[in-house]
Write a protein of this length. Structure first.
Length: 566
């Protein structure tokens, strides 16, 4: 099953926070498969739970089971807590455990602590618009209490059995209040709320974890069940966005055939307001129906399903965010994201929605990047041949396609495009993307982010006034039609960061010629190294010695000669 380290960010807008989180994980070498060998194991709890955190509250680590019990298999437990969750959600504390077999997660317990309101992010609400299918929901009894459990089939074809419930506490009240309901808005707020999410490869494991958790609460104070609403009889089982349409599958278990969606849209990343619209629909009585809803290039939408004027279900659609990151010597004055109502889409493209404009100054770089899906879920682009975009940056742009499976940032696949000051369309072949850590061609089967780094290249402050428009991946070959391709001559550097005082670089030359090599310190523009090399036709490799007294920092390397610049 999916691990708990992602933080359970399955629903409700987090704006720029998730994009920045994914960017930081990528550049800090934190992508790739979970290395459980580097994670600590939880301490096994013994006896009654009487270890208290601040303010007399039970600690989350005392509530979640340290081990799975009553099973013939030996699962190994690891703490996978995403510690940054309190900084970007309404959680004040978080704790997560993965229960593994052969280094694969087979079950997860995930808990957050909130105050005065339920945790905003649950698997039930938004996994369905991230490729999962809701195949079942039902009531089950756990320790004599009626709870809601549900089953999801993931995009990878795995089945996750899941349960979500809340345990509330209040200062001076000698009991815990347990709630399990389908919709977040049906939970009654409490002073302190323990939000529990469990998922595993079997319903028995989920029920076992829930039983242990309730028993641990019960060993401290009596439990009081607050009955929730009945399960919805009409609900969304799955959904996918196909360019400007959102296609929803709706399971209707009643004879009523008409209803409506109330859709609250946040049109783009800069939008300060939410607009609301009502979309009527018709469904089959006691059957499954497919409904298509127009979305345009909308950024985020909350879709609420009503039958007989009663809210039945809710899902959250999030497109990936546009955001930016900068070097240490950069100032950004304006970053604006806009919708493009006039844009047309072809059947053979994967569109990157909305356009951006950036104003600033940089002596190093500004990276403008876009998550391809909400939450940073990977996208399989292996069937696409080119990346197209329109820009007027007037400088070199280093484009990186961030693969989820590559842990080291320096090993990600990049290419450099020389962009003119006039607004033009550029088409870059996927084959142009190369990795310094591998000679293999790019397999774009798990791309999370497309990144456009506008590089000064000189170490001196450079004004940036750039637009990025109509970005898309296409199945057309680069250079087809009216598009122009401008892949720049570029250098491959390794190792990067430098180990010792020297590094190597490789490049291709069209002819024999004498070239000047310069290394400039980004913060001052001071030239640290100059040398001349004689290039030959074809592949060239040179070594650059920075000298043992060179201070740590960020440097720009350029190689130029008669009519060429690398």
């Amino acid at each position: 099953v999916n691990g708990g380290g992602s933080g359970g960010l399955e629903s409700k807008s987090l704006g720029d926070a998730v994009a920045k989180r994914m960017y930081n994980k990528a550049v800090n070498n934190q992508l790739g498969a979970v290395d459980y060998g580097k994670l600590p194991s939880p301490q096994v709890q013994t006896g009654n739970i009487r270890t208290f955190g601040s303010g007399g509250l039970l600690k989350l680590s005392d509530i979640l089971p340290a081990q799975l019990t009553n099973n013939s298999l030996h699962y190994t437990s690891y703490i996978t807590t995403p510690t940054d969750i309190p900084s970007i959600t309404n959680a004040t504390d978080v704790y997560s455990i993965d229960y593994t077999l052969n280094n694969e997660a087979k079950a997860v317990s995930f808990a957050t602590l909130t105050s005065g309101g339920v945790y905003d992010h649950t698997k039930a609400i938004c996994d369905r618009l991230k490729g999962s299918v809701l195949t079942d929901m039902q009531n089950i009894m756990v320790n004599g209490m009626k709870m809601i459990s549900y089953t999801l089939k993931t995009p990878q074809g795995n089945t996750e059995y899941a349960m979500s419930f809340v345990v509330g506490a209040k200062n001076g009240r000698n009991s815990y209040v347990v709630q399990s309901t389908w919709l977040n808005e049906d939970y009654t707020s409490d002073e302190t709320m323990y939000n529990i999410q469990l998922w595993a490869i079997s319903a028995d494991i989920v029920a076992n974890m829930a039983s242990q958790i309730l028993s641990r609460f019960g060993s401290d104070k009596p439990l009081q069940l607050q009955p929730g609403k009945a399960l919805p009889q009409t609900y969304i089982t799955a959904g996918n966005r196909d360019k400007t349409q959102l296609n929803l599958s709706v399971n209707n278990k009643q004879t009523v055939t008409s209803g409506y969606f109330i859709i609250q849209d946040r049109l783009n990343e800069n939008a300060a307001t939410v607009t609301s619209r009502t979309v009527p629909f018709t469904v089959t009585a006691n059957g499954l129906s497919n409904i298509s809803v127009p979305m345009g290039d909308t950024y985020e939408s909350t879709i609420s399903l009503y039958i007989n004027n009663q809210l039945q279900d809710e899902v959250f659609m999030a497109d990936g965010s546009w955001s930016y990151g900068t070097g240490p010597n950069t100032t950004v004055y304006n970053f604006n994201v806009t919708n493009d109502a006039s844009r047309t889409y072809t059947s053979d493209e994967y569109p990157v929605f909305r356009n951006v404009q950036l104003l600033g100054n940089t002596a190093d770089f500004i990276s403008v990047f876009k998550l391809l899906k909400g939450g940073g879920s990977p996208v399989d682009l292996s069937g696409y041949k080119s990346l197209k975009f329109t820009s007027n940056a007037g400088m070199n742009i280093r484009i990186t396609l961030v693969k989820n499976s590559i842990a080291n940032w320096s090993d990600q696949y990049t290419t450099v495009v020389t962009v003119d000051k006039g607004t033009k369309e550029y088409t870059v072949p996927i084959s142009a993307f190369q990795s310094s850590g591998s000679s293999d061609k790019l397999n774009a089967n798990d791309v999370t982010t497309v990144m456009f780094a506008m590089e000064s290249g000189t170490g001196r402050s450079t004004a940036v006034n750039a637009v990025l428009q109509s970005v898309s991946f296409t199945k057309q070959d680069a250079g087809g039609g009216s598009s122009s391709s401008s892949v720049a001559k570029e250098i491959r550097l390794y190792p990067n960061p430098i180990v010792g005082s020297s590094f190597s670089c490789t490049f291709r030359s069209d002819k024999d010629m004498l070239l000047n090599v310069r290394v400039l310190e980004v913060s001052t523009g001071k030239v640290a190294v100059t040398q001349q090399v004689k290039a030959i036709v074809g592949d060239n490799k040179i070594t650059v010695d920075m000298g043992k007294t060179t201070s740590a920092g960020v440097y720009v390397l350029s190689i130029d000669g008669d009519g060429v610049q690398y």
